[in-house]
Design a protein around this ligand. Structure first.
Ligand SMILES: C[S@@+](CC[C@H](N)C(=O)[O-])C[C@H]1O[C@@H](n2cnc3c(N)ncnc32)[C@H](O)[C@@H]1O
Length: 501
């Protein structure tokens, strides 16, 4: 939830240190305890045999089947009595609903640390945990492996009640196929982010497999630790992992707390409370019995929410919404090489994406536009412009070049226009889109994905329309004011001229 995606990006690809010494001998008992998973083997990958399977743990995403067992286990394990219960809800399918009046500024939850899963949690199969520690596997891949390891032990894992209540297939762009991403998210930059993320997850799994799992097949059998199960565990982490600032910024899965859904209207996040020694959040509004209680997953755009959590908030309800606007240097530009060099000196490239919000665009975007339109005689300023376009905090951002301001604005507006036309093409076509399905189940899935894409594209296009409108009118009014001032000055001048004659 809060900041999970950012942490994932900085720590996912394991930076393995030297090859560790062999682990302790494995007790055959541990392996025997692991439940066998029946799989169908396919050989789609030419280089090696891949194992495809349905995830055998968790439940349907809207199922309350295991919720009461989860609630009972949590209270037996030390979760204090709660003012909320898991129920079916309108927003988010399952969520926590108030059972009693809840005041504003009230602390809720109090999940004790032994019920929180972190990178330090004890493994039911300690040998497997030992191996990962020896290889210094970072938190995200370690937790993904931990979750699979515990899930595969089913009832023998202390987390079995928690895992049984997790969704079998979390809503996540990780579950979209490449052709679904191409088809539904063609207009949005989120498509690139999703592809990058899928590649990161695949790369991480392959890395773990090559460096560790293949060396210890008795601890990490491929029937259990495979791409399909990693997709599941990363899907769970993306949609449920939280960063706890007061617990040394640790990332954690917090059973019970992770049943809370997100609302763009609340600002309160989960954190560890040292005084009560539990994970809590403080309400920023009152709730009446029967109302769903929400937290914030952080200030995220609709695209980021879709990427990690698989939903798009209702149009116009997310004040943190933004759209990535992609701009490129023109290949025909006489100074293309020099401009590209300047950009590269500051870690940028010929094509760059900038976040545009309903409230405006960043100074970096204007700096990039200055660079893109500046004529050859301004080559001395290329470095300064490229530095301002980078997001390094040390560089001066608010540069201005009045002589090319109009062209720079036009360059941005043209970028908005071309992006808007891609959204419009998709949105117009989506009504008549052939969903190419063979079963009702498939039809539901396709309709669902298409609706998410339509919601995302509508909200992203709306931001671009708005910034185009505001800028065009602002520019028009600025020019009008200049014109009026000039004509007023001229009138005064003429008047003075006439009176002095
Ligand atoms: C941390 S879990 C919350 C509990 C979840 N509803 C469950 O039943 O397991 C995050 C997931 O809840 C759903 N969710 C959370 N907030 C939502 C919202 N505002 N609208 C729609 N779905 C939401 C999404 O499926 C998301 O991936």
């Amino acid at each position: 939830m809060a900041e999970a995606a950012r942490i994932f990006h900085t720590t996912l690809i394991p930076n393995f240190s030297q090859t560790p010494s062999p682990p302790h001998k494995t007790s055959s008992q541990t392996i025997l305890r692991r439940n066998t998973i029946r799989c169908s083997i396919s050989t789609s990958d030419a280089t090696r045999t891949t194992v495809t399977q349905k995830i055998p743990w968790g439940c349907d995403i809207d199922s309350l089947e295991n919720a009461s067992a989860l609630q009972k286990w949590l209270s037996d394990s030390g979760l204090p009595p709660q003012k909320m219960a898991i129920q079916r809800v309108e927003v988010g399918e399952r969520g926590l609903v108030a059972l009693k009046n809840i005041r504003k500024s009230e602390k809720l939850l109090f999940v004790p640390p032994p019920l929180v899963i972190t990178a330090d949690s004890e493994w039911s199969c300690p040998e497997a945990g030992e191996v990962l520690k020896q290889y210094s596997v970072p938190d995200w891949p370690l937790l993904a492996t931990y979750l699979i390891s515990e899930a595969s032990l089913m009832k023998s894992s202390r987390w079995s009640n928690y895992i049984s209540a997790l969704p079998r297939q979390p809503y996540s762009l990780l579950y979209w196929t490449r052709s679904e991403l191409d088809r539904y998210l063609e207009a949005s930059q989120i498509r690139e982010r999703a592809i990058e993320r899928i590649n990161d997850v695949t790369g991480t799994y392959n890395d773990l497999r090559l460096r560790i799992f293949s060396k210890y097949p008795h601890l990490f059998p491929e029937e259990v630790f495979n791409m399909e199960t990693f997709k599941w565990s990363f899907g769970i982490l993306f949609s449920r992992l939280v960063r706890l600032p007061s617990m040394d910024e640790r990332v954690a899965l917090v059973p019970w707390a992770d049943m809370l859904n997100h609302s763009c209207e609340v600002e309160t996040c989960l954190d560890y409370d040292k005084s009560s020694q539990g994970v809590v959040f403080t309400t920023d509004r009152p709730y009446q019995p029967g109302e769903q209680v929400f937290i914030s997953y952080g200030k995220k755009s609709n695209g980021e929410l879709l990427l990690s959590y698989g939903f798009v908030p209702k149009e116009g309800t997310n004040p943190s919404d933004s759209v990535e606007l992609s701009l490129s240097l023109k290949k025909s530009d006489k100074c293309f090489k020099e401009k590209l060099e300047a950009l590269q000196n500051h870690g940028l490239s010929a094509s760059q994406c900038f976040p545009v919000q309903i409230t405006g665009w960043p100074l970096e975007l204007m700096a990039y536009a200055y660079l893109a339109v500046s004529p050859p005689n301004m080559n001395r300023q290329f470095e300064e412009m490229a530095a301002a376009a980078s997001n390094k905090t040390t560089s001066k951002k608010d540069i201005r070049y009045p002589e090319i301001e109009e062209q720079a604005l036009q360059f941005i507006l043209d970028g908005c226009e071309s992006s808007i036309s891609k959204y419009t093409k998709f949105l117009q076509g989506s009504g008549t889109m052939d969903l190419d399905v063979t079963s009702p189940k498939q039809l539901n899935r396709k309709l669902f994905l298409k609706q998410l894409a339509v919601d995302l594209c509508t909200s992203e296009r709306r931001i671009l329309f708005r910034s185009q409108y505001v800028r065009t009118h602002l520019f028009f009014f600025c020019n009008l004011i200049i014109l009026l001032s000039v004509s007023k000055a001229l009138k005064v001048y003429c008047h003075i001229g006439r009176t002095s004659l």
